[in-house]
Design a protein around this ligand. Structure first.
Ligand SMILES: C[S@@+](CC[C@H](N)C(=O)[O-])C[C@H]1O[C@@H](n2cnc3c(N)ncnc32)[C@H](O)[C@@H]1O
Length: 244
């Protein structure tokens, strides 16, 4: 990720505040954030209540440390997209972090729906599995530990929705691998979070808008828990099966 982008005027306050907190955590040897969130959720949320688990994570993000969750403001958009999917929809998520989006997606999906979430950080996998189980959703969310580019070819498709929310410079190449592996069906939705200017997802946007295989829509948003402008790209796959 190109960190200099976070030095832009719109993001400077955010960068300085979070950078100094991360530095403090590093100097004091604080546990990884996903494990702190797991412990916070276990104390502050009701077990088996996904909405309360999400609420506790939102509170941690506001009161303790910034969390790169999809966040509460994009909840209506997620609900709107999932309403178009069958009740037994299969979702592939790249980037789990603490499990916020996996829990949000799983609670919004019908009880027959399934989410496969790929996460490369061991601490994030541990935190996500604990939070998903605490929310009572372990039977609907499978968390796979590994790097997206290596895991994708081992997955079985098709997926009705792919949620791209890992490192932004991987969005394009991973989507190409997803296509080549035949993991999309005609009408699958590919939803890419954080494609606003700050994150520099231009190569991805050029690809989905220019390759002719997607119908695209951009929704403006703000970076979670901030007022910094951002965007979400929703791309409907028009191909059928394996890409050429
Ligand atoms: C923005 S966070 C995900 C937030 C999560 N989707 C949510 O809304 O709650 C990005 C996550 O992607 C993970 N990640 C980065 N590169 C990855 C890769 N190549 N494969 C899998 N996970 C990756 C990071 O470890 C981090 O936990």
């Amino acid at each position: 990720m190109q960190l200099w982008r976070f030095l832009k005027p719109a993001a400077l306050g955010f960068t300085l505040r979070n950078g100094s907190q991360l530095l403090f955590d590093w100097v004091t040897g604080a546990p990884p954030i996903p494990l702190r969130v797991r412990d916070y959720v276990a104390v502050h949320a009701r077990e088996g209540d996904p909405v309360d688990v999400l609420r506790a994570m939102d509170r941690f993000a506001v009161e303790e440390r910034f969390l790169m969750n999809v966040g509460p403001d994009k909840g209506p958009l997620v609900r709107e997209l999932l309403a178009k999917l069958p009740s037994n929809a299969r979702i592939l998520e790249l980037g789990a972090f603490c499990g916020y989006s996996a829990i949000l997606l799983a609670t919004t999906l019908g009880t027959d729906g399934k989410i496969v979430s790929v996460e490369k950080s061991g601490a994030a996998v541990e935190g996500t599995r604990a939070n998903v189980a605490y929310a009572g959703l372990a039977d609907r969310v499978q968390v796979i530990h590994g790097s997206s580019t290596e895991i994708i070819p081992s997955l079985e498709g098709p997926f009705d929705l792919v949620f791209l929310d890992h490192w932004k410079d991987l969005y394009k190449t991973d989507l190409e691998v997803i296509e080549k592996c035949g993991l999309l069906r005609k009408g699958s939705l590919v939803v890419a979070d954080n494609v606003g200017e700050v994150f520099g997802a231009a190569p991805y946007l050029e690809y989905v808008r220019g390759c002719g295989r997607y119908e695209n829509e951009t929704r403006t948003a703000t970076i979670e828990y901030t007022k910094i402008p951002d965007a979400v790209e929703i791309s409907e796959y028009k191909g059928d099966g394996r890409a050429v």
